[in-house]
Design a protein around this ligand. Structure first.
Ligand SMILES: NC(=O)N[C@@H](CC(=O)O)C(=O)O
Ligand SMILES: [Zn+2]
Ligand SMILES: [Zn+2]
Length: 342
């Protein structure tokens, strides 16, 4: 196949950041994505409806394509009240609330220290029909970094699903066979996003032949059997899995460092990269549901109605991208990508 027409996709997990890089992140994401779930891990985090409104206004001021709509997310803390959830829901612009276990990832210091502390918020979310988005990793020092997602499933997520049977939950950026199975076997109220870099890479890509900091993201890349399980889940045709890039730019300097930041930048070519993965798996016929149907269906939102055309044509990714006054090294820097949106 050399040409592919698909319904405009949405990105159900993206970091647009803030300040002078917004014009760059917003340009890249809004180019093809109809909507995007905007991660709230700013400094300070987006913990209130007012902060979400102000952040949305800054995103819109960065002049996205006219087809683009940012869907805002509230950052849960131990102190989030039921009133704040109800207010957020009533605002009409907040679509979900995000559980960051405190210390699990970039800017999660104000996150939740125990799900017992957000009981009130979760009950309210269940009541008003607001989705819970989850960074699914435990944070205790004695648990190995490669086991943190698997541990989270049994010690945190399973009890949560049991306690809040009517809560819609998205397990974000899954990285293990265990998580794919957990989601596949859970009820219809549990779904997952899968990043393109977790479909493209495993931990060998990051660690064999020298350490490659641009592959360092959280949850960390796992062994290849997990990568294979994620590819199977994404291309299975199950409506529980959908596109969430977790595109998370950090400057070249902060990645190529003695203590490098976690996060990979993919939004500049996310759709093309997913197309490569699906083609490689012989599953291009499953691409559109993953990129454009399963997400809005789970969020109870209408699917986009316009289409995009992808062509099989090779193009070279630059070594760096200019972001505000900084440089970002994208995934596939200096390499070729075989699909292009035309
Ligand atoms: N995925 C990452 O490695 N980093 C994200 C945070 C997150 O999504 O966990 C970031 O904000 O940089
Ligand atoms: Zn995360
Ligand atoms: Zn993320």
């Amino acid at each position: 196949m050399t040409k592919l027409t698909i319904t405009r996709p949405d990105d159900w997990h993206v970091h647009l950041r803030d300040g002078d890089v917004l014009k760059d992140t917003v340009r890249d994401t809004s180019r093809y994505m109809g909507r995007a779930i905007i991660m709230p891990n700013l400094v300070p985090p987006v913990t209130t409806t007012e902060l979400a409104e102000a952040y949305q206004a800054r995103i819109m001021a960065a002049q996205p394509e006219s087809t683009f709509k940012p869907l805002m997310v509230l950052y849960l803390t131990d102190k989030t009240t039921a009133d704040e959830i109800k207010k957020a829901k009533a605002s009409g612009l907040v679509y979900a609330a995000k559980l960051y276990p405190a210390g699990a990832t970039t800017n999660s210091d104000s996150g939740v220290t125990s799900t017992a502390n957000i009981r009130e918020a979760l009950v309210a979310m269940q009541e008003v029909g607001m989705l819970l988005l989850v960074h699914g990793e435990v944070t205790t020092n004695d648990i190995d970094i490669f086991d943190r997602e698997e541990q989270f499933l049994t010690t945190v997520l399973a009890p949560l699903v049991a306690e809040y049977p009517d809560l819609k939950i998205v397990l974000e950026h899954i990285t293990t066979k265990n998580a794919a199975e957990f989601v596949a076997n859970a009820g219809p109220n549990v779904a997952a996003t899968i990043t393109v870099h977790h479909l493209m890479y495993n931990r060998n890509h990051m660690l064999v032949g020298g350490i490659k900091p641009h592959f360092y993201c959280l949850p960390i890349l796992k062994r290849n059997i997990h990568q294979q399980a994620l590819i199977e889940a994404a291309t299975s045709g199950s409506n529980k899995f959908f596109l969430g890039t977790d595109s998370a730019p950090h400057t070249k300097q902060s990645k190529e460092s003695g203590c490098g930041c976690a996060g990979s930048y993919t939004a500049f070519a996310a759709l093309e990269l997913y197309a490569e993965v699906f083609e490689e798996a012989g599953a291009l016929d499953k691409l559109e549901a993953f990129t454009s149907f399963n997400g809005p269906d789970f969020y109870n939102l209408p699917r986009n109605t316009d289409t995009l055309e992808l062509q099989k044509v090779s193009w070279d990714v630059p070594a760096t991208l200019t972001f505000g006054s900084n440089e970002v090294v994208p995934i596939k820097a200096g390499e070729a990508i075989n699909w292009k949106v035309i």
